[in-house]
Design a protein around this ligand. Structure first.
Ligand code: AMP
Length: 402
């Protein structure tokens, strides 16, 4: 953290802060925000700048409009919500570059705030484009990145735009918190026992993490679709369960088994699974050992023995990191495993453990159980969290380091 400036290193009086936020919040069919955590976490950064009588210009993306303006992806719907949270009027402008945008910024008084339209209405945002960055750079004196959710992306407003601000660039409080917690964890500084629970479908996105944490974690719990490559490589029968076919995965798994022979017993896989004869909620089900799933059947949740075993480990952990569901939790009949570990992590946190949870699915399952508030820190970026756990310096952070 030494060389990274934060908003605390600047006084924003008579300065215009161009803040890259991640307001890509989930919404329902009625276009209502279902979770405003990402907005809430940026409030301290905004308030610090406003209290110093700085001018604020907010830039963000929302969804995947593929480079063309559209009402469905406009950021305008956030104005009312943000105004309510900040208790001041939030201004809005229908573009994020160009003379009319500059005029709008110039009209803004110090101590006022302006939200600009979706960056991704310009295809250049996702293509590291110098011209687009130059146009954006005209909108502020100090660049602030408080968008952890996209800090792992090589996008113009993340990696190119800060270059135009020389030393006048920094991270906001949301980013600082995310980096601090993740670094603390990665340095093995958490109180022991340290447990890491990894689930989900794409093992390729998480396998490197195992190599990175096996040296200091006490327990690594693997669930969901991530477990089947392990079972297959050990000669088990996985039937039609999800498996990412990729030679690199096989090679990496073999390497892990070989290189960390003495540590391999800290990796806990499910012993039993709930299998289904089709990929839908209303299918026939059975509980079987994970290594003997018949053809025509697929494992969609961890079984009761595994739930008990995973929860037992969570209950004795003092530091817990979780990313990814242990089953197809979107189907109510296969959500018990994920909901049970979510509850166990929340309860353990209440008893004094530190918990860090990331990834939209894990957070959604905590919400199903109404226990997300008990978690020590909910990361605002699943992908960025995974990249950090692979010990990769996020491009959004590198762009700020002088
Ligand atoms: P990921 O993006 O890799 O974290 O994967 C999340 C997805 O994994 C969720 O949509 C889950 O439904 C899915 N998932 C978890 N366990 C399984 C499983 N056993 N079979 C198929 N999909 C799964």
């Amino acid at each position: 953290m030494k060389k990274i400036k934060t908003v605390d290193d600047f006084n924003f009086e008579n300065q215009t802060a161009l803040i890259r936020v991640d307001f890509n919040v989930p919404i329902n069919e009625l276009h209502e925000i279902t979770d405003d955590t990402r907005i809430q976490y940026t409030i301290p950064t905004i308030q610090k700048i406003l209290s110093e009588k700085g001018k604020i210009v907010l830039i963000s993306h929302f969804g995947r409009p593929k480079g063309a303006p559209s009402k469905a992806f406009s950021l305008k719907f956030l104005v009312q919500h943000l105004s309510k949270l900040l208790k001041i009027t939030v201004n809005f402008f229908e573009n994020c570059i160009g003379d009319s945008t500059i005029k709008k910024v110039n009209e803004l008084k110090y101590g006022e705030i302006l939200l600009l339209e979706n960056l991704r209405f310009h295809k250049e945002e996702e293509k590291e484009n110098e011209n687009f960055a130059y146009e954006l750079s005209k909108l502020g004196d100090i660049y602030v990145n408080d968008a952890f959710g996209v800090a792992h992306r090589y996008h113009t407003s993340i990696t190119i735009l800060p270059k135009f601000f020389g030393e006048k660039k920094c991270i906001g409080f949301l980013m600082k918190k995310e980096i601090q917690y993740l670094n603390q964890f990665l340095l093995g500084k958490g109180e022991r026992p340290i447990s890491v629970l990894l689930g989900g479908a794409k093992i390729s996105s998480k396998i490197e993490i195992i190599e990175n944490i096996i040296g200091f974690a006490d327990y690594i719990l693997i669930g969901g679709g991530m477990s089947y490559p392990f079972i297959k490589i050990k000669g088990g029968m996985i039937g039609d369960s999800i498996i990412e076919k990729n030679q690199i995965i096989e090679k990496t798994l073999k390497k892990i088994f070989h290189k960390y022979q003495d540590k391999i017993n800290i990796i806990h896989l499910p012993k039993d699974v709930v299998i289904a004869d089709s990929f839908k909620n209303e299918s026939n089900t059975k509980i079987v050992p994970i290594h003997s799933i018949p053809n025509g059947w697929m494992g969609l949740d961890i079984g009761p023995y595994s739930i008990k075993n995973f929860c037992k480990i969570i209950e004795k952990s003092k530091t817990i990191l979780w990313n990814g569901p242990v089953g197809v939790f979107e189907f109510s009949n296969f959500s018990l495993g994920t909901r049970s570990v979510a509850k166990a992590i929340a309860n353990r946190t209440e008893k004094g453990a530190f918990s860090l949870v990331g990834g939209g699915d894990s957070i959604a399952s905590l919400k199903m159980e109404n226990c997300e508030k008990k978690i020590s820190y909910l990361s605002t970026g699943g992908g960025a969290m995974l990249s950090s756990l692979k010990n990769k310096t996020l491009p959004g952070i590198s762009a700020i380091i002088l």
